[in-house]
Ligand binder design. Structure first.
Ligand SMILES: NC(=O)c1ccc[n+]([C@@H]2O[C@H](COP(=O)([O-])OP(=O)(O)OC[C@H]3O[C@@H](n4cnc5c(N)ncnc54)[C@H](O)[C@@H]3O)[C@@H](O)[C@H]2O)c1
Length: 306
């Protein structure tokens, strides 16, 4: 007897970087995806973006056949089992999308927001179905990074969380549930604690930016994909961890706003690779090489499935 894999009808709202990546993942697992964007230019780009994603990130050329760009929200979400919102990171715009979904999406549809940091409960204030709405925080590039953080808002039903976890597992992702909605969820809280300290070391003149990156890449960064901080603490022993923390933590940066070296460069228009200079200087070739190196590494690690 063959067991048919369940397929779902997915609508993705916002056809930018993340919306196209999320559509890619659902389609690669055999699901039909409708993709809507309020910008007709973004919709026109879908085909070339997905095709480029297949070449760069992997997957079959048939993925595009399951993805239909549509020019109205109504057409995208009518009949959908799951709606994933991936519009710009703006609370008012996200609230407008979910208010419109009240009228347009089937009552049974699971509603997800891909916000990076905004409170799920705050977004859910605009919907009459907060029990169906939850956060799914995907990471870029969505086809290669396995994690999706699943975040309940204050009124999300536990069944909605379980349903989303099982859908994400079925498309090859590694979903992790949060017990509640906090800014930055889990991943971005830890990632930006590390960045804050990296910037503080440069700002204090302790090391050059290149050397800060080299320390991470050539030491604990090399272990991180297979050894999380909590299992690492247990591995080395909590007695040593306690001794290190009691001595070291008072010396770490505890700033509550963006570091001065970052704010100053932003004020000067030095935004990083896209302007040729940020905390380090970048030619276009060097920037391309960094992106290519990242994709090569992720594909070699093949931790993302596909
Ligand atoms: N870029 C990342 O690495 C990353 C990672 C995780 C989560 N996110 C989050 O995912 C979301 C999307 O980010 P992105 O990087 O794909 O942005 P993006 O700018 O590439 O795409 C956003 C798209 O939303 C469209 N849009 C704006 N308002 C709309 C509306 N009312 N209805 C329909 N479409 C609308 C825009 O035209 C644009 O095409 C944001 O909430 C972001 O914080 C981004």
């Amino acid at each position: 007897m063959t067991v048919e894999m369940e397929t779902v009808r997915v609508a993705v709202v916002g056809a930018g970087l993340m919306g196209c990546g999320i559509a890619h993942v659902f389609a690669a697992a055999g699901n039909n995806v409708r993709l809507y964007d309020s910008d007709p230019g973004a919709l026109r780009m879908v085909r070339s973006r997905i095709d480029a994603g297949v070449v760069e990130l992997g997957g079959s050329e048939q993925i595009i056949d399951l993805i239909e760009p549509v020019s109205s929200l109504d057409a995208a979400v009518g009949g959908a089992d799951v709606v994933v919102e991936a519009v710009i990171e703006d609370l008012a715009v996200k609230r407008q999308v979910f208010a419109a979904l009240d009228e347009l999406a089937p009552p049974s549809a699971l509603l997800a927001t891909n916000t990076s940091v905004i409170s799920i409960s705050a977004i859910a204030e605009s919907t009459s179905r907060p029990e169906r709405l939850l956060g799914t925080h995907w990471w870029n590039p969505a086809p290669l990074i396995p994690l999706v953080e699943v975040v309940p808002g204050a009124h999300t039903a536990p069944e909605a969380v379980e349903r989303m976890v099982s859908l994400l597992s079925a498309v090859g992702k590694r979903p992790v549930r949060l017990k509640r909605d906090v800014p930055g969820f889990i991943g971005n809280r830890m990632q930006h604690a590390l960045w804050r300290e990296a910037f503080a070391i440069v700002e204090a003149g302790i090391a050059e930016p290149e050397d800060v990156d080299e320390v991470v890449k050539a030491s604990f960064g090399a272990r991180l994909a297979v050894l999380g901080p909590i299992e690492n603490a247990d591995l080395v022993g909590l007695d040593m961890t306690k001794a290190i923390h009691d001595y070291l933590l008072p010396h770490l940066d505890a700033g509550v706003s963006a570091s001065r070296i970052v704010s100053d460069r932003v004020a000067q228009g030095e935004l990083g690779m896209k302007t040729g200079r940020g905390l380090r200087s970048w030619t276009a070739e060097e920037a391309d090489a960094v992106r290519a190196r990242l994709v090569r590494h992720l594909r070699r690690a093949s931790i993302g499935g596909q």
